[in-house]
Design a protein around this ligand. Structure first.
Ligand SMILES: Nc1ncnc2c1ncn2[C@@H]1O[C@H](COP(=O)(O)OP(=O)(O)OP(=O)(O)O)[C@@H](O)[C@H]1O
Ligand SMILES: [Mg+2]
Length: 428
């Protein structure tokens, strides 16, 4: 359908939808739309088309999508002030960090800043620190991209590099998120940007969240922190940031909130994007380094004598057995039952915890594949570990250069839908 909207109004479009500008002058988050350029709005997302000169759009709406016209721009004036303030910061590069609760407008604000700075001819990188609602890298990663042209949705950027954390909530992986973002920030600096915009996740309330954000801010050392205000949800965190240059910006009134289900389905789009053209690849275990608690040790074997003694004590011959710093990993066939009494004896003998893993439980685990320089090559889904042939089968679009496989905790089914974790897995 065609819709004509007068100047000084905004067309709000809730996805799934696509919008083509036929005529007129329109901005989306600070970027001027090209005539006849098509903009896709994902399910669960809303996009504001700010009309500067009377515009006609061709809009096609998917299931449950809708459009609404509202008066004026829905971009808060404080966003423009924030941009102007950022231009005055005298350092190179300038690092700006964006803080805000869930659904406060963090991603949109980062998009707006990037577009405005790009328009000034500056070199911009966006570092995306949101694992669960990641815009740039696949879900469960933190990632960055240099922005070379105006963007309406950060999701359209291709990650220049990513750091795989393997979970969707930072609460389970604080150290790793901070480590990943610090590494990526250093890498971005080598690309000589003028501005680095760091987006963060919406976990800002409670003691642990405040501690985590402080830890992150101390490492990232932003020249400026933008806080997206929604009531006073950031107050406890802000009270700890007295020594930083902080600017409050408003959360748009027209924001679209998302349910947990919508967040999960937005993540699915992220998995799909990064699993396009995937096929099952067999990788010999001896060719790669494998990282992750439970499955680490796949690339090593136990001393033959110790193995024999442990097997004797637990009364079975496992498919695989390996010693790690803090435990001994034992992989058994599903039918094999391990007597807890015997296990206890073996633990007393070795002085280490023995972790039993049942063959097949690896199926569906999200993995990341990296090259020898630790550069992220892509994600994959672990299909099977064949302990006899000593190969792993991974469904992935990555075809070469794999030297490290990192196994995550998120499990996906064949349609890339997340399978909820069992309470036992949750505790691991
Ligand atoms: N000024 C605005 N006008 C209309 N819609 C907006 C505006 N700003 C943001 N939105 C929409 O509101 C929704 C939430 O915004 P956004 O994704 O930027 O928030 P967020 O804080 O990054 O959320 P999350 O915590 O999920 O990462 C999005 O669909 C976005 O397009
Ligand atoms: Mg976001």
């Amino acid at each position: 359908m065609n819709i004509t909207v007068e100047r000084e109004k905004t067309l709000l479009v809730d996805g799934p939808a696509s919008v083509t500008l036929v005529s007129g002058k329109v901005e989306v988050f600070g970027s001027t739309l090209k005539s006849m350029g098509k903009v896709v709005i994902r399910d669960g997302k809303r996009m504001p088309f700010t009309v500067l000169e009377t515009a006609t759009f061709t809009v096609s709406l998917g299931e449950n999508a809708c459009v609404e016209e509202v008066y004026r721009s829905t971009i808060p004036p404080s966003w423009n002030k924030a941009y102007e303030e950022l231009l005055t910061v005298q350092s190179k590069p300038v690092t700006a960090l964006v803080l805000g609760a869930v659904d406060s407008g963090k991603t949109s604000f980062c998009t707006y800043l990037a577009n405005k700075l790009l328009d000034k001819g500056r070199k911009i990188a966006i570092l995306d620190g949101d694992l669960g609602q990641s815009d740039i890298g696949p879900p469960c990663t933190v990632a960055y991209a240099f922005v070379s042209k105006p963007i309406t949705d950060l999701f359209n950027l291709e990650a220049d590099n990513a750091f795989f954390v393997g979970v969707t909530s930072p609460g389970k992986a604080v150290e790793n998120v901070v480590k990943g973002l610090t590494l990526l920030k250093d890498e971005i600096f080598q690309g000589n940007p003028d501005f680095v915009i760091v987006n963060t996740d919406g976990w800002v309330e409670g003691e642990d969240a405040v501690k985590y954000k402080l830890q992150l801010i101390e490492k990232i050392k932003p020249d400026m922190i933008f806080c997206i205000q929604q009531e006073d949800r950031l107050a406890p965190l802000l009270s700890m940031l007295k020594n930083f240059n902080i600017l409050a910006v408003d959360s748009p009134l027209t924001i679209k909130q998302r349910s947990r289900e919508k967040r999960r389905s937005l993540r699915e789009l992220g998995y799909i994007k990064y699993l396009k053209n995937a096929r099952v690849k067999s990788i010999p275990l001896s060719w790669v380094k494998i990282e992750n608690g439970e499955y680490a040790g796949l690339d090593r074997n136990l001393d033959a004598k110790l193995e024999k003694e442990i097997c004797g004590l637990i009364g079975i011959k496992p498919l695989h057995i390996a010693e790690l710093k803090d435990k001994i990993c034992v992989v058994v066939d599903g039918e094999r039952w391990v007597d807890p009494e015997k296990l206890k004896k073996a633990e007393e003998f070795t002085g280490k915890k023995i972790a039993i893993t049942v063959r097949g439980t690896e199926e569906g685990l999200l993995t990341a594949l990296c090259n020898h320089e630790k550069k992220f090559l892509g994600i994959g889904i672990l299909r099977e570990i064949d302990y006899r042939k000593r190969i792993m089968k991974i469904y992935t679009p990555v075809s070469s250069g794999i030297s490290t496989v990192i196994i995550g905790k998120v499990r996906l089914d064949k349609n890339f839908k997340e399978i909820p974790q069992s309470p036992v897995e949750e505790k691991k």
